[in-house]
Design a protein around this ligand. Sequence first.
Ligand code: IVH
Length: 681
Amino acid sequence: MDNKIAKDRIDHLVELIEKYNHEYYVLSNPTISDYDFDILLKELEELESTHPEFVRLDSPTIRVGGKPTKEFKTVVHKYPMLSLANTYSEEEIVDFDTRVRKITGDDVEYVCELKYDGLSIGLTYVNGILDKAVTRGDGVNGDDVTNNVRTIKSIPLRLQGEFPEEIEIRGEIFMNIDGFNTMNKEREDIGEQAFANPRNAASGSMKMQDPNEVARRPLDCYLYYIPSKVQGIASHYDSLLAAAKMGFKVSKNIAVCKNTSEIFEFINDWDKGRRELNFEIDGIVIKVNSFIQQKQLGFTAKNPRWAIAYKFKAERVETVLSYISYQVGRTGAITPVANLEPVQLAGTVVKRASLHNSDVIKNLDIHYNDHVYVEKGGEIIPKIVGVVTSKRLVGSKPVSFITSCPECGTSLTKKEDESAHYCPNEDNCPPQIKGKLEHFISRKAMNIDSLGEGKIEMLFDNKLVNSAADFYKLKPEMLLGLEKVIPGKGGKKDSRISFQEKTVNNIISGVEKSKQIPFERVLFALGIRFVGETVAKKLASHFRSIEIMKSASFEELIEVDEIGERIAVSLMDWFKKPEHLDIIYNLKESGLNLEMSESSLPSSNILGGSSFVVSGVFENHSRDELKSMVEQYGGKNTSSISSKTGFLIAGSNMGPAKKTKAEKLGVPIISEDEFISMISD
Ligand code: IVH
């Protein structure tokens, strides 16, 4: 292609793609399908690789990643990044208003905003192009995380309309709740530790060295403050309107209030309404609107005098830490659990709280027998949020993390860049074996629903099943009459369960049926670390058989789309072990699919890349069958509904929230039959 034509086309594509990104991620109003968007992005990528001299600093191809950062550079903030004075009481808001009026006089307006629970970021644009993104750090110096921030699609790489030559804007990077839950589920599926909450997930993501990984995290950013002067703008409210015009994501949930009763109304509305939001807020920020008045009020050493944060009260109780127990997961990850003196909290009795990992224990500086504060946030499991140090017993020792596995005694390992400790004895540590067997039979893997946690425990305890391959050697006579004694609780007699003919037949036929499961799911079922559903699909369709994959070199593995070094190393380690090769050999002998069948090739692209959510119970097909059909005909499956969703295939018993959300976003809701006719055309 002629150089001039290539440059013009690159320029055009950069602007077009960024316009679509803005419509989708900032305005929530997409005007192009995912499929067409991907085609444009691919075209730009190809042009940039053949004409690297024309790659622009604001190219959306930067958003998919880039070179890893070894160490984040420290940057001095041009304007110190101050925090806000906090309050939990309405009286203190009244005091704040009185203090303000004493200095500004009675003609004062406030802007009330949501207080986003994420990590603060300062973005600097030079000549309209994102130049630097810096974390708060200690308020004076922060980390330069520009490469990571460029992957966040709602942050403009280039400003629109009118803007100053240099402008800094501050905001909060956060992870939305749906994205957080999906990501955590995927992490657990591949044996990575789940994040404790969306805030930790967002700040953990910003600390990652590989922007390609960051690009996969569902991060978002609201902007709420411009510390520098913008010509012709005299109030905070107007500065936010101007920011929105420049292309920034600014919340619409803002109110200009004239007095404290209007402020309280805003606070109360959002204290209730926050549960409806798809992101976490921990309070309301109240800011004096006029810049002249802000200047009159000035700053203390730590905070502006013109703003205050009202924090919502979380339900919190005090109790005593009795002891810490440790759970061993399927991948050997160790999770510490705080066992507490039972206490009533938000309508339930709380006896246990998750401590996640050794870093959490260290940060809380928790000692044995400490009095602790327990809170219930958005998460299901309550958490320990602090220690009552004044009640600490003299001479009590800080909790020290165990050094060997509580189940098999093997010394634990910990990688420097991970917060979890692991038991490395993956093939002999009982909870790891049982966890892997449970994963193998799970719905998304081999879907053997006639087996479950309890039955697997019986098979394992009776030494009938020790690896996935053993399921396929089970015979009815080995199972019939198998018994388990369940110890009676609270003085009650022990009870027994035993396998009767019906149960045995169900198990055998469930195991038999699973031989039909396609290769990619068998690969996922093997439970190789970091090989989740998506990775398994990519690997299966690339190598097409386990034999070829098994002998692939590191270079061959990382050539596969989405397979990075970490996954490649994990695969190579897995295939190195003779026990694992034995499992593969036996599974193959039993007739499982360890290569792609021809029918698993996409049959057509009739669905053109549209995304589908399949929800509920269906008459003629299982949910998984419908999902496979979506992929077979060129569609994409997603788990939650967004404005990007093309169709919701709705069965009976679908949750009402999904339906309401689809209706609200105008996502077409179709039946199983309507879907079948879509692909039968
Ligand atoms: S304004 C000089 N507005 O809360 C004032 N902060 O301690 C700049 N935050 O550091 C902050 N939502 O990380 C402001 N709507 C909002 C906010 C907000 C969340 C965070 C921010 C800040 C902390 C306050």
